[in-house]
Design a protein. Structure first.
Length: 482
C-alpha cells in the first residue's frame, strides 16, 4: 500500500494521528521529566499509530473494512435470509483496457461502488479452457491439466478436444476441484451456467444446478436464470453462481479486438450486467450478494504484416517430422518419430530447424522464441505435465506463425483471419484480463494491485466461507489494494 494512502486512511479515521501531527513543537515541555513523558507518550502514540496502520492495512487486505463480513451471515433482505452468496461472471476475451473506453457504464458502476483490479494476469497459455479452469480451481494449467483447448495425453494415449463434449467432459481430463464442487462437498448449493467444465462429474459430484453450453442463449436469459435461482427458497438456493459469456471473444476473433462489432458486443454485455444489477436492487440484494466480473484473457489484433512463414525456412523433410501442432498461436509441436530414432532426437532436429528460422528473422529481434519444454521460462508455470508438447514456439503479441498454404499475399490473400488472437505471453499488456467486484465485504471505489487469476479460487472460498482444496494461490484469498 502506498504511504500516502495509509496517511489518508488514518487522517480520516484515527484521532491519534491528528493529535500527533497537529502538536506544536514550540509547546513541548522543557524539563527532563517532561521530555521523558514526551518520549514515553511519543512511543505510546507511535505504537498505537503503527498498530493502527497494521490493523487498517490488514482489514483492507481482507476486504472487511466496510460493512458486514461473511462471518455475520445470514444476511436478510427484509423478507428472506441469505447465506454468503457470489455471482461470478466471465466475459470471455475482454481486454483490461476496454474498461477505460467509457463504453461500459455498468462495469464502471461496479468498480465505483466496489473494487477494480489494475489488471488481472491470466495463466499461460492465455486461452479459454485453461484459464476458465484456473479461475475456478486456483491451479496453473500445468497443475490442473487443461493445458490447451486441444491436446494429447501420452499416458492416457488420448486426445482432448473442447469441441467434443461427449469425450472431453470425462472426469479423467479435469484436475483440481472447481469452486462449485468445493461448495457442494461442504454442503452448500452451487449453480453454473455454461462455464467451461461445468458438465463434468467429480467423484460423483456435480453442481447443484447447471445449464450446459448453448450458443443460442443470450446474456439476458442467463441473468434471468441467475435471478430465478436467487428467488429459490433458502434450502434450494445456490450460494455460488458461475456464468459464462462467449460473445465478445467470438466477435474479437472475427473482427478484431478494437472493431465496432466487438465493442458493440461489449456494450450489449454491459447492458445485461445493468439488468442484473437492477434485478439485485429490486430484490434488496445489492449489499448482500457479491458480484464479480472477470475475463479469462485479453486479445491482440493480427495483421498480414505480422506473419512468420515457417515453410520459407523449414525443409519439407523437416516439416514432415511434425506430427501435430497442439496450440495456437503458440505452437506446441509433437514430433513424428521415424523407426530407429528417439523422440529426443527428432525434437532436437526440429528445434535446430526453428532456430534457423529464428536467426533468419534477426535472432533476438525475431518476433518469436523457440524452446524445448524443459527450457520454457519458469514464469510461465508451463513445464510440468506430459500434456505439454515437447517443443514450443511462442510468437510476440499480434504475430502468427503460418505456412504459405494458410495465407500467401503472393497468390492474392490480403486480410489475415482471425483478426483477433489470444494465447501470447500472459504478462503482455494485451493479454491482461479484467476484474471488477462489489459486495458486502469489499471496500468502495478502490483499486487492487495486479494479481494472477489463480488467486481467485481462494477469494471465492473466503467469500463463501468454505475450505479451499489444494491450489496454487499465494495470497490466501486476500487481494491487496494498490
Ligand atoms: Zn477465452
Amino acid at each position: 500500500m502506498a504511504d500516502n494512502e495509509s496517511s489518508g486512511l488514518l487522517s480520516a479515521s484515527h484521532p491519534h494521528y491528528t493529535s500527533l501531527t497537529s502538536a506544536d513543537p514550540h509547546a513541548a515541555p522543557s524539563s527532563n521529566a517532561g521530555r521523558r513523558r514526551t518520549l514515553i507518550n511519543g512511543i505510546i502514540v507511535g505504537v498505537i499509530v503503527i498498530s493502527s496502520v497494521c490493523l487498517v492495512y490488514a482489514m483492507w487486505c481482507v476486504g472487511f473494512l466496510r460493512g458486514a463480513s461473511a462471518a455475520t451471515a445470514p444476511y436478510n433482505n427484509g423478507t428472506h435470509d441469505f447465506q454468503p452468496t457470489v455471482i461470478f461472471i466471465s466475459l470471455d476475451g475482454v481486454v483490461n483496457h476496454d474498461l477505460d473506453l467509457h463504453l461500459t457504464p455498468h462495469l464502471s458502476h461496479i468498480a465505483d461502488t466496489g473494487v477494480r483490479a489494475h489488471w488481472m494476469t491470466p495463466s499461460f497459455p492465455p486461452i479459454t479452457f485453461p484459464n476458465h479452469w484456473s479461475l475456478v480451481t486456483g491451479l496453473y494449467p500445468e497443475s490442473h491439466g487443461i493445458v490447451g483447448n486441444y491436446f494429447y495425453d501420452s499416458e492416457l494415449d488420448d486426445h482432448f478436444n473442447y469441441k467434443d463434449p461427449s469425450h472431453s467432459w470425462d472426469e479423467k481430463w479435469w484436475g483440481g476441484e472447481p469452486i462449485w464442487i468445493t461448495a457442494v462437498r461442504q454442503d452448500k448449493k452451487s449453480g453454473v451456467i455454461m462455464w467451461p467444465g461445468c458438465s463434468t462429474t467429480f467423484n460423483d459430484l456435480q453442481p447443484t444446478l447447471s445449464v450446459p453450453f448453448s450458443d443460442a442463449m443470450t446474456f439476458d436469459e442467463k441473468t434471468d436464470i441467475a435471478l430465478e435461482w436467487l428467488d429459490l427458497p433458502m434450502e434450494a438456493r445456490p450460494q455460488f453462481i458461475g456464468l459464462y459469456v462467449p460473445q465478445i471473444d467470438q466477435a474479437g476473433h472475427k473482427y478484431g479486438p478494437y472493431a465496432n462489432q466487438t465493442l458493440t458486443q461489449l456494450q450489449h454485455a454491459d447492458t445485461s450486467i445493468g439488468r442484473l444489477i437492477e434485478g439485485l436492487h429490486d430484490r434488496n440484494l445489492t449489499s448482500i450478494v457479491h458480484l464479480i466480473v472477470v475475463s479469462d484473457h485479453g486479445m491482440s489484433a493480427t495483421d498480414a504484416s505480422r506473419l512468420v512463414y515457417i515453410d520459407d525456412e523449414l525443409t519439407s523433410d523437416e516439416l514432415g517430422l511434425i506430427s501435430q501442432v497442439e496450440m495456437y498461436p503458440t505452437l506446441g509441436i509433437r514430433p513424428k518419430v521415424p523407426d530407429g530414432a528417439t523422440e529426443d532426437e527428432v525434437v532436437e532436429q526440429l528445434y535446430q530447424a526453428f532456430r534457423r528460422l529464428w536467426k533468419r528473422h534477426g535472432e533476438e529481434a525475431a518476433p518469436f522464441q523457440v524452446y524445448k519444454k524443459p527450457d520454457f521460462p519458469a514464469r510461465y508455470h508451463f513445464n510440468n505435465n506430459v500434456r505439454i508438447a515437447p517443443l514450443l514456439v511462442l510468437p510476440d503479441p499480434g504475430w502468427n506463425l503460418v505456412r504459405r498454404s494458410d495465407f500467401d499475399p503472393g497468390r492474392g490473400d490480403t486480410v489475415y483471419h482471425p483478426k483477433g488472437v489470444h494465447g501470447y505471453d500472459n504478462l503482455s499488456k494485451q493479454s491482461r484480463a479484467i476484474f471488477v467486484a462489489r459486495g458486502p465485504t469489499w471496500p468502495e471505489g478502490e483499486v487492487l494491485k495486479p494479481f494472477w487469476n489463480v488467486e481467485l479460487y481462494q477469494v471465492l472460498a473466503r467469500l463463501l466461507d468454505i475450505k479451499p482444496a489444494h491450489n496454487n494461490g499465494t495470497l490466501h484469498g486476500r487481494l491487496p489494494l494498490e
